[in-house]
Design a protein. Structure first.
Lengths: 115, 112
């Protein structure tokens, strides 16, 4: 069974440009999460989808970030326009069900560098 | 709000040394506690977890005990190997939310 995949693995863009990150969750997982780690600090939650609906977007930093999950399958996270402080590693995770016992499986991350 | 504090790294040990990485948390209610590991070039992997007080999670020789009285979940291993070199993250999930709250990560390097 394929794990969570993310594309691209690395992205280098200039300030003001747009970047779109993609996450493909494990097949059949209704829950999809985005997290990011900035400057070697703690990993912070961005948002949570249940199928195509945003369940919790309390971690989205500002309106330059737009996440979508059309059809409840893969998800995209667009940053427009990108700023220097957006540099970091963006992780996607998925889980089959919610609750205390259900593990979130993480992808390898996308390293974003904004110059 | 919920938060996790783990010991700052980097930590460098010799092979077969004893390892402790401290983790304490602040949370309302009864969170579930986790240790995740990120090996070089790879994504986060769940290493172990505990869902209630006094539970001990264990995997690959690593152990951590959920201590509610001290709000701690310290990671231990009796004899580390070079292959344990990685970044370790302590995390919690609680308050009815599904999101994980992570500590800042501890980079561990094991020298032969």
């Amino acid at each position: 069974e394929a794990g969570v995949t993310q594309f691209p693995s690395h992205s280098v863009i200039e300030k003001g440009q747009t970047v779109t990150l993609r996450c493909d969750p494990i097949s059949g997982h209704d829950n999809l999460y985005w997290y990011r780690r900035v400057m070697g600090k703690e990993i912070k939650f961005l948002l949570h989808f249940v199928k195509e609906s945003k369940q919790d977007e309390s971690g989205m930093p500002n309106n330059r970030f737009l996440a979508e999950r059309t059809g409840g399958t893969y998800s995209t996270l667009k940053v427009q326009p990108a700023e220097l402080e957006d540099s970091g590693v963006y992780f996607c995770a998925s889980s089959q069900e919610r609750g205390r016992e259900h593990e979130q499986f993480f992808g390898p991350g996308t390293r974003l560098t904004v110059l | 709000g919920n938060s996790v504090t783990q010991m700052e790294g980097p930590v460098t040990l010799s092979e077969e040394a004893f390892l402790t990485i401290n983790c304490t948390y602040t949370a309302t209610g009864y969170p579930s506690l986790f240790w995740y590991v990120q090996y070089p070039g790879e994504g986060l992997q769940l290493l172990l977890k505990a869902t209630k007080a006094d539970d001990k999670g264990s995997n690959k020789g690593f152990e951590a005990t959920y201590r509610k009285e001290t709000t701690s979940f310290h990671l231990e291993k009796g004899s580390v190997q070079v292959s344990d070199s990685a970044v370790y993250f302590c995390a919690l999930r609680g308050g009815g939310a599904q999101k994980l709250v992570f500590g800042q990560g501890t980079r561990l390097t094991i020298n032969p």
